[in-house]
Design a protein around this ligand. Sequence first.
Ligand code: UDP
Ligand code: MG
Length: 318
Amino acid sequence: MAPVLYLVIPCYNEEQVLPLTSGKFKGKLDELIEAGKISSKSRVMFVNDGSKDTTWDILTSLCEESEEYCAISLSRNRGHQNALIAGLMEAKKYADITISMDCDGQDDINAITEMVDEYAKGSEIVYGVRNDRTTDSWFKRTTAQSYYKVLRGMGVDIIPDHADYRLMSARVLNALEGYGEVNLFLRGIIPQLGFKQSFVYYSRAEREAGTTHYPLSKMLSLAIDGITSFSVRPLRLITGFGLIVALLSFIGIIYVLASVISGNYVDGWASTTCIICFVSGIQMISLGVIGEYIGKIYLETKQRPRYFIAERKNITEE
Ligand code: UDP
Ligand code: MG
């Protein structure tokens, strides 16, 4: 039996892009249904992440146009990762496989066929990996590359050049459901799940219209989340650094004592000031890093829901 595929596509203020891309998603679905690779019950599922423009109206009229579209709307903007998990958990009820992707046409639609083929061959997770970064700015390319290096160095298992374009089977999604964390960084969680995996390579296009929702500040906070949600190594580094500074101070004390005993001491204003500045700087940074983890614990202990679904189109609520 051909599997039921749900394309899960988060949308936030995408009124400029949707008219250009929505038809392509459906076209791909039709092509695969025609080829007998997926069931005719397959759907394009949009997740409206609390858009403030006409995105939801566009999605509603798409759903009226064709049964192959369905959509859910979150009660407010919850961010890309939460919108994704909302869509995936909803799709899981009906689908054998899901493929999550951006709605702006950046994720090459043709990789879907290869992903479905990989699933047919037995893979339960298929990662869409970019084969080049030429469409990125120099800045994004270099920061991304260094970030992957830092993550690896911190012991976080992450697939370089893979964003959130991936196929997952219902079994994988059931496993994913067990991860209730509110600081969601899917790219870090999925490789931890195990299951048979494979990769499909694609080249990432430019956004078809509109602008990115990941300005530098958001990218930075996603990056920090990625590290602090999966690794406690920064805390260990602080301890290590503390030990080194303590050792140096110890040597310093011996030196000072020796100078005093030999009566050979001068007004050490400059050196004292330097040391105080240096050590207090380190202390402030360390407190910040520890604070980052405490903040995470604070948010996680509350176990607040990650999202609420306010409306559904072409989906009958169970
Ligand atoms: N997105 C979302 N909620 C947000 C921000 C973004 O659902 O708060 C969606 C957005 O509509 C798009 C995807 O997440 O489909 C990726 O966002 P974007 O294309 O802006 O990021 P980029 O590709 O530039 O990293
Ligand atoms: Mg994009």
